[in-house]
Ligand binder design. Structure first.
Ligand code: RIB
Ligand code: CA
Length: 306
C-alpha cells in the first residue's frame, strides 16, 4: 500500500507529541517533513521538543524551523497547559540538531511540495503562521497541496479566548489567509477535540503498553488540557485521526472566515453553517466525532509505537 505523504507543522506541545507518535508509526502515512512554529512555547523550545521526540521514537525525519512570532499580533503561549518546556513531565535524552535543516520551514515546505511526484497533505497542528507565509510567498505551490487538514477553530466557543481556539487566536491573520487560500481544507476544531478524551483508566493502560505509552503517561501527569475527571483533550490527534479514519467524524462543507478586527472576538472562526453570508464553501468542518471510536483508534494506534 502506498503511504500518504504528509508534512506536519507543529508546536510541541504535549498533545502534539501524541499526534506525532501516531503519525510517525502509522503504516499509512509518510511524514516527509516536520516544520516548527512558535505557539505553545517559543520556537526554540518547540523545535527542541520535536527533536527530542524524533530521538525518542528513533525516526530521522527532517525538521525545519519556521516563524518565531505571529504575522502581526504579539506572541502568546500555552505554557500554563504544557509546562514551561512545552513538554513537562518526562526527562528526554538531549538530541543533536543534525535533523534541523538550514532552510526555514517555508522554503523547506516549498521544496518538498514542488519535488513531490504526488500532492502532499499539510497537517498544521499549531498556529498557521508558516502555512500563511507559504501560500503568500509561493502561490504556485497550491496545486501541489492535496489538502490542508488542520487542528484549529471552533463552531462555538473558544479555549484561549471567549470565542477563539488557541491555534487561531495565536495568529488570526495567518488563519484568515489560510482559510481564504483556495486550497482544499478540513477544519478539525474544538467541536471534536472536546470529545477526544483520555481518562485516568486510559492513561493507566498507556503506562503498561510500551516505551511511548510510558512517556506519554508521564507527560499526561503535567498536561493541563483538561482534567482527571473531565478527561484530557487530545486536540492534535484528531487531525491525524481524520487522515486515518475519517468515518469517525461528522463533517459539513461550509464557509468559514476568521475574525481579525474584533476587540472581543479576534481569532473566532466564523462558521456559517446556515449560509447567512451567502459565500461559497471553503472548508469541510468537523462538527462531531464518535468518542468510543476515537478512544479505540487512539489506543490501537499507540500500540504500534516503540
Ligand atoms: O487548541 C488546541 C491547540 O492549541 C493544540 O494544537 C494545542 O497543542 C495548542 O497548540
Ligand atoms: Ca499544537
Amino acid at each position: 500500500m502506498t503511504k500518504r505523504p504528509i508534512i506536519i507543522d507543529t508546536d510541541p506541545g504535549i498533545d502534539d507529541a501524541v499526534a506525532l507518535a501516531i503519525a510517525l508509526f502509522s503504516d499509512e502515512l509518510e511524514v516527509r517533513l516536520i516544520t516548527t512554529v512558535a505557539g505553545n512555547v517559543s520556537l526554540d523550545k518547540v523545535t527542541m521538543n520535536a527533536l527530542r521526540l524524533l530521538k525518542f521514537f528513533g525516526k530521522d525525519v527532517p525538521v525545519a524551523m519556521g516563524a518565531a512570532r505571529p504575522l502581526i499580533k504579539e506572541p502568546i503561549d500555552a505554557s500554563d497547559i504544557h509546562g514551561s518546556s512545552g513538554m513537562d513531565g518526562y526527562e528526554f535524552e538531549e538530541p543533536t540538531k543534525d535533523l534541523v535543516l538550514s532552510e526555514n520551514a517555508v522554503n523547506a515546505m516549498y521544496r518538498v511540495l514542488m519535488d513531490s511526484k504526488e500532492p502532499v497533505t499539510l497537517v498544521p497542528i499549531g498556529p498557521l503562521t508558516n502555512i500563511a507565509l507559504l501560500v503568500k510567498l509561493y502561490p504556485e505551490v497550491k496545486d501541489k497541496i492535496a489538502e490542508i487538514v488542520l487542528m484549529g477553530g471552533s463552531t462555538t466557543r473558544g479555549n484561549a479566548g471567549v470565542m477563539a481556539e488557541f491555534n487561531i487566536y495565536a495568529d488570526p491573520e495567518a488563519a484568515k489567509i489560510v482559510f481564504h487560500s483556495g486550497v482544499p481544507l478540513v477544519m478539525v476544531g474544538l467541536d471534536v477535540g472536546w470529545k477526544a478524551l483520555v481518562y485516568p483508566e486510559d492513561s493507566a493502560r498507556l503506562k503498561d503498553m510500551n516505551e511511548t505509552g510510558r512517556m506519554l503517561y508521564q507527560l499526561f501527569q503535567k498536561y493541563r488540557g483538561g482534567g482527571l475527571k473531565t478527561g484530557l483533550k487530545m486536540y492534535d490527534s484528531c487531525a491525524i485521526a481524520y487522515l486515518l479514519q475519517p468515518g469517525m467524524f461528522e463533517a459539513v462543507e461550509t464557509f468559514v472566515d476568521v475574525e481579525v478586527a474584533g476587540t472581543l472576538t479576534a481569532g473566532c472562526t466564523v462558521v456559517d453553517l446556515k449560509n447567512y453570508l451567502g459565500r461559497p464553501s471553503n472548508a469541510k468542518v468537523c462538527v462531531d466525532i464518535d468518542p468510543q471510536q476515537f478512544k479505540q483508534w487512539f489506543l490501537d494506534s499507540l500500540r504500534k509505537c516503540n
